[in-house]
Design a protein around this ligand. Sequence first.
Ligand code: DSN
Length: 427
Amino acid sequence: MLDALLKTDPDIYKAILEETKRQEDGLELIASENYASEAVIAALGTVLTNKYAEGYPGKRYYGGCEFVDIAEELAIARAKQLFGADHANVQPHSGTQANLTAYFSVLKPGDKIVSLALDHGGHLSHGHPLNLAGRMFQIASMKVDPKTETINYDEAAALVEKEKPQMIVTGASNYSRAFDWKKFQEMAKSVGAYHLSDMAHYAGLIAAGVYPNPAPYANFVTSTTHKTLRGPRGGLILCQNELAANLDKMNFPGNQGGPLMHAIAAKAVCFKEALAPEFKDYQTKVLNNARALAKLLTNKGFRVVSGGTDCHLFSADLRAKNITGKEAEICLGKAGITVNKNMIPYDPQKAMVTSGIRIGTPAITTRGMGPKEMEMIASWIDEAIAAKNNDAKLRSIKEEVLKLCRQFPVYEQRIASMEALLSTSVA
Ligand code: DSN
C-alpha cells in the first residue's frame, strides 16, 4: 500500500516519512498529542473512506451500509461502556464540531453560556469571540482564583446565579486540577440550565478511572478521541437518553453530512484498546509522570500554575526564568523537545507571546518513559531554557534527546519499511 503512495506521489510520501521521523526522534510534550497505535492507524487507511453512510446504523440514506454499520455499532457500544453513558454519537469530525452540535441541539442563537475563559484554561469552542460559539451565544466567562489558580466554586455559583445561563460548559484545554462535575451539575440545576462537560483532554484518564468521570453529572459530555484517549483524530458526544434524538438530528443533518466511516472504525479500535486492563496502567503512568515532571521543574525554579496537577498536563510560568513562552517553545524545539506556548491565568503577555508553556505526558508515556526519564527531561528543559541563545548547547541536548528516544521506539518498523521502499525506488 505504501508502494502505491510512493509511486503516485513521492513528495507526499517523503513528507509523511519525515513527519514520522520527527515524531520518533523528539520528545513530544504537547499535552493534546499522542501516538495512535498501529491498529488505529491501520483502520484509518482503509476503503471505509470510500463509503457514504448519512444517517445512523440501520437507518441510512445510502445502500451498502451493512459493514460500516458493524463498525459504527461497535464504536457506539464501546463508547457507552467505557464512560457509563446512556447514549453515544461517534460521528462528530472534531471536538469543536461535537460541541457545536451539542449546543445547537438544545440552545438557540442568543442564549447564554457560562464557561471557563480561554486564557484561564478553557477552549475556543467554549465561546471565544472569534469562534462560532462566541458569535452565536452570549458568553459569561469564569476565571480562576488569582491566588490558587483553581476554580472558586462559590464564585462560579454566584456567576451562574447572576447570569442565569441556558448552559454551563465545563472542561478545559489547560486546567490541571480535577473538576468537581457534581457541583457544576447542581449549579446548572439551580437555574434550569444544561450542563455540558467537554472532557476532551481528560478522556483517557477518565476511561481508566484515574480522573473524575463527568458522565453521571452532565447532560452532555463531549470529547475528542486523539488526546489522552490515543485514538484517531475525531469527536464524540455522550448524552442522556431523553436528549439523544435531538442530538443525533443536530449532528446529522444539522451540522454534518456523511460521517467518516474509516475514522469511526478507528474510534471503535481505540475504544477497544481503552477497555483493556493495561490502559489503566498506562493512564496511571501518564498521571504519575506529569506529577513527577511538575515537581522536578518546581525544584529547578519553575513556577507550576496551581502548584501541581491532577491530570496529564500542567503549565509552567516562565517569568522567573526571564523567557517568554514563545522563546521557550523555540529553544526547546531546537533541543528536540516539542511544547506549546500557552497563556497562564492573568497573563500580562499576548496569546502569541505568553508567559507560559503547557507540558503534557501522554505521548512520552506511550513510549514507555517513566520516573528516570522524567528526571532527564526536566534537566534538559531547564538547561535548554538557560541556553536559549546558545545553539551549540541546544544541539548537544538534541543529541542526548535522540539517544533517549532511540531507547523508546514507537514507529521504528514503520520508518524502516518506508525508508527501505524509498531506497529501492531511488536505486
Ligand atoms: N487545541 C487543542 C489543544 O491543544 O488543547 C484542543 O482542541
